[in-house]
Design a protein around this ligand. Structure first.
Ligand code: ATP
Length: 308
C-alpha cells in the first residue's frame, strides 16, 4: 500500500469499564473508498470520532494524514470533510448560507468560500434550492447539503458516518452517485454503515466490525468468496414446520443457517440445492435462489443478522 492516509494500531477506546473499540488495526490508502460495516453499537462512530480527533483514544496509535490525532486535532480537522450521523445544519439559514457560514469557520477567505459554495450547490444538485430554508428540504436534500458543507474546505479525505440512514431508496441512489463522483475525483472516502448493499456499492475495501473488534477485512467480493458460497437458497416452510425441515436437510448444500422464519441453504448451485430439498420430501411454501451478499458474511462470522 502507498503511504496510508489513515493508520491505526491497537486502537482502543474505553468508556469507564466498557470497551467500545478494542484494539483494532487498519490502514486506509489514498483515494480508497474504505468502509466500517457493523451493526448498531459495534464501535463505528466511536472510531470515526477518534479519526476526526474529536474523541481521544484510550490507547494504541492513530495517525491521519501523517499526523498523530492526539497532538494535531485542529490541523487534522482542517483537512478532513466530516459528515456526522445527524445533519446538524442550521435550519434557520438558507441553503447557500449554510455553506458560506461553515466555510467561514475554517477561516477561509470570503471570496473563495462564496465561489466554492456556488460550485458545491451544483455538485449537491441543490441549485434550485439555493435560497430555500433548510427546514423546507427533504431528508435526501439535507444529506446532500451536509456532504456539500463537508466539502467546503476541499478535503482530500471525507468521513461519512452512516450517510444514507433514514433515506428512501431513490434518495440513497442519488447520494451514492454523488459519493462515487467524489471518489472519481480522488477523494478518499471513509464510510460507516450497517447496510450491506451500501458497503457493496461504495467500498473498495472494508472491515467488518462487531463489538469493537474487527472480525474480517477485504473487498466485498473477496469477503463473499472467503466466507460464503456463490448462491444461497432461501426456503420457508411456515413456523410450524421450519424446525422439522431444518433437521431433515443435513448434507444439503455446504452449510445451513436456520432463522426463525426461513432456512438459508448455502450452495454453489441454489437450484440443485432446491432439487435436493424436494427429493427429501420437503415442499417449501416459498423458495428463492439469490447470490451471496455481505449479509451472509456477517451472519457466518457472528451468527447474527446485521439489521436486527
Ligand atoms: N460517550 C459514551 N459513553 C459511554 N458509552 C458510549 C459513549 N459513546 C458510545 N458509547 C457506547 O459504545 C458502543 C459503540 O458505540 P458507537 O456509537 O461507536 O457504535 P456504532 O457502531 O457507531 O453504532 P451506531 O450506528 O448506533 O452509532 C455502544 O455500546 C455505545 O453505547
Amino acid at each position: 500500500m502507498p503511504h496510508p492516509v489513515i493508520s491505526a494500531r491497537a486502537l482502543t477506546k474505553r468508556y469507564g469499564d466498557f470497551t467500545a473499540v478494542d484494539g483494532i488495526d487498519f490502514d486506509i490508502a489514498p483515494g480508497e473508498s474504505f468502509g466500517f460495516l457493523g451493526p448498531n453499537g459495534a464501535g463505528k462512530s466511536t472510531t470515526m470520532r477518534m479519526i476526526a480527533a474529536t474523541s481521544t483514544r484510550t490507547s494504541g496509535e492513530l495517525t491521519v494524514l501523517g499526523l498523530d490525532t492526539a497532538d494535531h486535532g485542529p490541523e487534522i480537522r482542517a483537512q478532513l470533510g466530516i459528515v456526522p450521523q445527524g445533519d446538524l445544519l442550521d435550519e434557520e439559514l438558507r441553503v447557500i448560507d449554510n455553506l458560506i457560514v461553515y466555510g467561514r469557520y475554517f477561516g477561509l477567505p470570503r471570496s473563495y468560500v462564496k465561489q466554492r459554495s456556488e460550485e458545491l450547490l451544483d455538485f449537491a444538485q441543490l441549485r434550485e434550492k439555493r435560497l430555500s430554508r433548510v427546514s423546507d428540504l427533504s431528508g435526501g436534500m439535507k444529506r446532500r447539503l451536509t456532504i456539500a458543507r463537508g466539502l467546503v474546505n476541499n478535503p482530500k479525505v471525507m468521513l461519512l458516518d452512516e450517510p444514507t440512514t433514514g433515506l428512501d431508496p431513490q434518495a440513497r441512489h442519488v447520494l451514492w452517485d454523488r459519493l462515487f463522483r467524489l471518489k472519481e475525483e480522488g477523494v478518499t472516502l471513509v464510510v460507516t454503515t450497517h447496510f450491506m448493499d451500501e458497503a457493496e456499492q461504495l467500498c473498495d475495501r472494508l472491515v467488518v466490525i462487531d463489538k469493537g473488534v474487527i472480525v474480517a477485512e477485504g473487498s466485498p467480493s473477496s469477503l463473499i468468496r472467503q466466507y460464503s458460497t456463490r448462491e444461497v437458497l432461501e426456503v420457508r416452510f411456515g413456523s410450524a414446520r421450519n424446525a422439522a425441515a431444518a433437521g431433515g436437510l443435513d448434507g444439503v448444500g455446504v452449510r445451513r443457517e436456520v432463522l426463525p422464519d426461513r432456512i438459508l441453504v448455502y450452495a454453489d448451485n441454489g437450484e440443485h440445492a432446491l432439487q435436493e430439498v424436494l427429493e427429501r420430501g420437503f415442499e417449501p411454501l416459498t423458495s428463492l435462489v439469490r447470490r451471496s451478499s455481505l449479509e451472509d458474511v456477517f451472519l457466518r462470522l457472528t451468527g447474527r443478522s446485521l439489521v436486527e
